[in-house]
Design a binder for this molecule. Structure first.
Ligand code: NAP
Length: 328
């Protein structure tokens, strides 16, 4: 049997719990250590998931010589510094989305990956899910002709809490970077870089975007209508109109296991059912990359992350949302 890849998790909040439970299902993966800012939280997490090593500081995890790869699960604003700490100690990094809060931070992270020869990938988990792979294939083969329009929304009602990361400007809160990243990702993935971007937003009392509406225009005439909001509950679906079919992504589109394809003559529902949250697909991909000694993913390379965060920078510029980490 091959030696398992030893994972560490840095920052033990909501998403870390889901990720840990999916990681346990991946062949060849071992959850070796976790780190929190407090020892007690690390102890509780390690007890729950039966993990050998629990650290009360992020640095201790980065320095653990046994760990191969670290999953960064802290608020957006810490992604760059946490990832660079791990890469400095030679660790591969899978960093939650958005990988940095602006393109400038991501460029520093890429520099660190190059300098320390450490693998780096953004945890854009949707990119590795079966429904996205299927969609990419339809686009590549032009099965239903060209893509004409995309409509994608991701919204849920959240209570305004100035301290929590969704609304806290110091933690780079706001709908766009937290959930709006998924509609933007979908349009970039399926149609590429737009010629023109128009965006508007409503702001919360904490100074971050409560909701946003974005339109991408393409040379081909294609249009993407994208939106996200913390101010309403919505099914959070997506609809892609091709010349010869309409493809609907079920609720919530970024993690759905269902595609419905409607043509003039038939309606087909594809169900990619799996019993987990869906993080195992990106975990398996990272393991493949590490087995091949790659420094970045061929399927979600750093240039794609740069294009995504660069587009989010442009949208923030258009709606007038600046964080203190942005250059003046
Ligand atoms: N891929 C996905 O499906 C998905 C879903 C949700 C969130 N996310 C991403 O994952 C990241 C974390 O989201 P989450 O919902 O897990 O957040 P969360 O529940 O607030 O947890 C974040 C964790 O980060 C650590 N942390 C370090 N400094 C902090 C600070 N100053 N304030 C608050 N927490 C701090 C804390 O862990 P310790 O106390 O243990 O140090 C905290 O528990 C975000 O960047 C988000 O975009 C991804």
């Amino acid at each position: 049997m091959e030696t398992p890849i030893k994972w560490g998790i840095l920052g033990l909040g909501k998403i870390a719990h889901k990720f840990a439970s999916d990681l346990k299902t991946v062949q060849g993966a071992s959850l070796h250590a976790v780190a929190s800012r407090t020892q007690q939280k690390a102890n509780e997490f390690s007890k729950k998931f039966k993990i050998q090593n629990a650290y009360g500081s992020y640095e201790a995890l980065a320095k653990d010589p046994e760990v191969d790869v670290i999953y960064i699960a802290t608020p957006h604003v810490f992604h760059a510094s946490n990832s660079m700490l791990c890469m400095q100690h030679g660790k591969a990094v899978l960093c939650e989305k958005p990988i940095g809060i602006n393109a400038q931070q991501l460029k520093q992270m890429i520099q660190s990956s190059t300098t320390h020869k450490a693998f780096l990938m953004e945890g854009l988990w949707t990119n590795f899910m079966p429904h996205l792979k299927n969609l990419q294939e339809l686009i590549k083969l032009e099965t239903y002709g060209k893509c004409l329009t995309i409509e994608a929304d991701f919204s849920f009602k959240a209570n305004v809490d100035p301290e929590k990361r969704l609304f806290n400007k110091k933690l780079a809160g706001g709908a766009l970077l937290d959930i709006g990243i998924y509609p933007v990702y979908l349009a970039l993935k399926l149609l590429g870089k737009p010629n023109q971007i128009h965006a508007t937003a409503e702001f919360s009392s904490t100074g971050v975007d409560l909701s946003n509406q974005i339109q991408f225009h393409y040379q081909s005439g294609a249009i993407a209508n994208l939106s996200s909001s913390f101010d309403k509950n919505s099914p959070s679906t997506a609809k892609i109109v091709f010349e010869k079919a309409t493809v609907e992504l079920g609720s919530r589109f970024h993690e759905t296991d269902q595609l419905t394809i409607t043509t003039d003559s038939e309606k087909n529902k594809i169900d990619f059912h799996y019993p987990t949250h869906g993080y195992q697909f990106e975990i398996e991909h990272v393991q493949d990359c590490l087995a091949k000694n790659l420094l970045e993913s061929p399927e979600w390379p750093l240039k794609s992350s740069l294009e995504l965060i660069g587009t989010l920078d442009k949208i923030r510029n258009e709606i007038g949302l600046k964080y203190k980490e942005d250059k003046a």
